[in-house]
Design a protein around this ligand. Structure first.
Ligand code: NAP
Length: 279
């Protein structure tokens, strides 16, 4: 088994973004800017936002951070997004999810122009990906594709099985793998005989949100296993895959932490730079 080192791959991406930002500055006389809006005090969300801002600093990108109270209204958040949307010096707008329940997530996200949707969550950006003419690709699945590329294994013709069908991870993941000529199966909570399906996977992607859900008997010998899950058990981070047992059986595996997580932020920085170049 070989470990896919997400930290290393993520660093290579960040180094490239950093170099490209220097070039961008020489050409345009400004640096790309990412605006991040967080509402409420969810500790996991605060950590994600902190890491995104640190990521910006690391590559020399400008960032703006809006920390709004748990009781903020739709009108208040909408006003911030609308202002950022029309600001030519802001290239990317990210609203950290989940939002407090009283806020209308769909409406608020719809206020982000497609060109500044650096998360790749907008219907147009997802639609372009589905048509294999992508513009901005969701950061986490995009990062998974970079990790797969780092193995040097050809994806074409492989059977890829994804557990999870969220709009942010599972579905764009399926489209990316399909666009890369894999044969794709998407599983979810209503899937019957899950083990039978996952044990046929050459590439198995777990995006469920349940600690140690994928056990060794669900995995084909020699499979590539990508663990997207981030779970906290007794204060410690773990993925959706029973790492100790599955790593005995697979050819490649991502650890948690240090696998998909660092890639998500690198791809966000890359998407923001790309958004700046589009203007
Ligand atoms: P989500 O929206 O909750 O989706 C979870 C998916 O798992 C759903 O499609 C659900 O099926 C499926 N599922 C739940 N229980 C199942 C079961 N028993 N058998 C088969 N499928 C089952 O979660 P998400 O946003 O996609 O995130 C998934 C995980 O990835 C979470 O742990 C999250 O924290 C993590 N994540 C990590 C990163 C990163 O940067 N590393 C980024 C994003 C997310 P239904 O659709 O039928 O409900």
């Amino acid at each position: 088994m070989q470990l896919i080192n997400g930290k290393e791959v993520a660093k290579a991406t960040r180094d490239k973004v950093k170099g490209d930002i220097t070039e961008f500055f020489k050409e345009k006389g400004r640096i790309p800017c990412l605006a991040v809006i967080i509402v409420g005090s969810d500790s996991a969300s605060q950590t994600y936002v902190k890491n995104k801002i640190l990521g910006c600093e690391e590559v020399g990108m400008k960032s703006l951070s809006y920390t709004e109270s748990e009781s903020a209204t739709n009108e208040h958040i909408a006003a911030i997004i609308t202002k950022l949307a029309s600001d030519n010096t802001v290239d990317g707008i990210l609203v950290q999810l989940p939002l407090p329940k009283h806020l209308d997530e769909r409406y608020l996200l719809s206020l982000i122009p497609d060109s500044k949707d650096v998360d790749g969550f907008s219907p147009n950006n997802l639609g372009l990906l589905a048509m294999n003419t992508p513009r901005t690709i969701s950061c986490t699945p995009f990062g998974v594709m970079e990790l797969l590329a780092s193995t040097g294994v050809d994806i074409a013709g492989k059977h890829a099985v994804i557990i999870g069908r969220s709009n942010t991870v599972g579905k764009p993941m399926a489209m990316l793998l399909l666009n890369a000529d894999a044969t794709v199966t998407v599983c979810h909570s209503k899937t019957v005989n899950l083990k039978q399906i996952t044990s046929q996977a050459d590439i198995l992607i777990a995006a469920i949100g349940r600690p140690n859900f994928v056990t060794a008997d669900m995995v084909k010998s020699g499979a590539i296993v990508i663990d997207v899950g981030i779970n906290r058990v007794d204060g410690k981070l773990c993925g959706d895959v029973d790492f100790a047992a599955v790593s005995e059986k697979c050819s490649y595996i991502t650890p948690v932490p240090g696998g998909v997580g660092p890639m998500t932020i690198s791809m966000l920085l890359s998407n923001t730079l790309m958004a700046a170049k589009y203007e």
